[in-house]
Design a protein around this ligand. Structure first.
Ligand code: HMH
Length: 207
């Protein structure tokens, strides 16, 4: 039996719900999130995306060449995203040269540790990380200013489509993977879900 991304979502609905539905996002939607909470998220997510970009670069190096198109598209989007984060931080006079909080640090360490894992595990984690933000920012519905563009960055239809392509690539990798590798992919999915939940809570705690 081969594992698929959809099976992971069906098997672990509770964990995935906790990864993608959080008071932080609800309060962005309501416009009641505190500036301190939002700014903490902004700075820590920039630091996250720096290490995420490194992870995607390493995944590209392991991927079959048929997967390059989607991954290179992702890297181009990350080039834009990193510059966008810097602009947003500058507008709020936030210092990006800041220490990672513990949860951010744990997430980045985990992404670094994926370097030693087989490609299907990496591709599954990559898909899960992007899906978490795609669904997380999309589920609450249209957000008020100044959060509209944040929700749109990860919730827009083009991003949804990109995540579907990542899913196809992960599924393709899993199709020929051993049971042991499929098990590692499931563990990676659950680890990402837990770290996503903790990341929202980390920012929320800044109140
Ligand atoms: C914590 C976190 N997860 C996922 C993404 C999506 O890239 C992000 N920017 N930050």
């Amino acid at each position: 039996m081969t594992l698929t991304c959809q099976q992971l979502l069906q098997k672990h609905t509770q964990e995935w719900q906790e990864a993608t539905v959080h008071p932080f996002l609800v309060q962005c939607k309501l416009g009641t999130i505190q500036q301190n909470q939002f700014n903490t998220w902004l700075v820590q997510d920039y630091l996250f995306v720096v290490d995420f970009t490194r992870m995607v670069g390493r995944i590209l190096a392991n991927a079959p060449s048929q997967h390059f198109d989607v991954i290179l598209g992702g890297l181009v989007a990350l080039k834009d995203e990193l510059n966008w984060f810097k602009e947003k931080a500058a507008l709020q006079k936030l210092d990006l040269d800041t220490q990672k909080q513990l949860t951010c640090s744990e997430y980045c360490d985990y992404m670094n540790s994926l370097a030693a894992m087989p490609y299907p595990v990496q591709a599954t984690a990559f898909w899960a990380i992007e899906l978490a933000y795609n669904q997380g920012w999309q589920l609450p519905g249209v957000m008020p200013e100044p959060y509209t563009e944040f929700a749109d960055r990860w919730g827009n239809p083009g991003f949804t489509n990109y995540v579907k392509l990542l899913e196809q690539q992960a599924d393709q990798g899993l199709q020929t993977a051993s049971e042991s590798i499929q098990h590692q992919a499931e563990e990676a999915f659950l680890k990402v879900a837990r770290l996503e939940k903790d990341f929202w809570q980390m920012a929320f705690n800044a109140a």
